[in-house]
Design a protein around this ligand. Structure first.
Ligand code: GLN
Length: 192
């Protein structure tokens, strides 16, 4: 199994470190050719407007859309979730999301005072201790479509969702020191 991490901007190294710790073969994806060989993909957090621009300049926008729409297991975190959403509220005027997840997200929706925080999350199907939810200027999922399954909530809002083989978190599992979500996603969507 070869796992790609979109490495245009943001917290891609941290995802790599988790994948390394899990013993997966992980590669950084910066050009379309690298995307062709992966069996799963992580989209990191960072700055969604910058990632969007770099998707255009790298030529990755169309191939990424095609592979994810074609069923590539994909896990998007924070800015990655914004990049995949169908609607972005409080986005930049020129921000064009990929429309691969039937959700509306509000950028930085948790507000300035609570821009960064950590809360324990109960995640559907995850046994043991609650998962440490690290939120950093996180998007709020304000609407999710019928095909979207909610795997965790915070304050009555979805914070971990799944639509087909695409998972997305408004928080940062790669910064939590807890490998269980990466592991579970790979076991469920790729190893099976
Ligand atoms: N606020 C950032 C954005 O709009 C996302 C923050 C993050 O990924 N930690 O892209």
């Amino acid at each position: 199994m070869k796992v790609g991490v979109l490495a245009l901007q943001g917290a891609f190294r941290e995802h790599r470190e988790v994948l390394d710790a899990l013993g997966c073969e992980a590669i950084e994806v910066r050009v379309p050719q690298q995307l062709e060989s992966v069996d799963a993909l992580f989209l990191p957090g960072g700055e969604s407007t910058t990632i969007g621009k770099l998707l255009d300049s790298s030529g990755l926008r169309a191939p990424l859309r095609e592979r994810v729409a074609g069923g590539l297991p994909t896990f998007a975190t924070c800015a990655g979730l914004i990049v995949l959403a169908s609607d972005v509220l409080d986005g930049r005027a020129d921000q064009e999301p990929l429309s691969l997840l039937d959700v509306a997200v509000r950028r930085n929706g948790y507000g300035r005072q609570v821009a960064s925080f950590e809360v324990p999350l109960r995640v559907e199907g995850l046994t043991g201790a609650p998962f440490p939810g690290v939120f950093i200027r996180a998007p709020v999922i304000e609407r999710s479509g019928d095909g979207v399954e909610v795997l965790a909530r915070h304050d009555d809002r979805p914070v971990l969702i799944r639509q087909g083989r695409v998972w997305a978190a408004s928080f940062h599992p790669e910064l939590s020191g807890d490998l269980r979500l990466h592991q579970r996603f790979l076991q469920q969507e790729v190893a099976a």
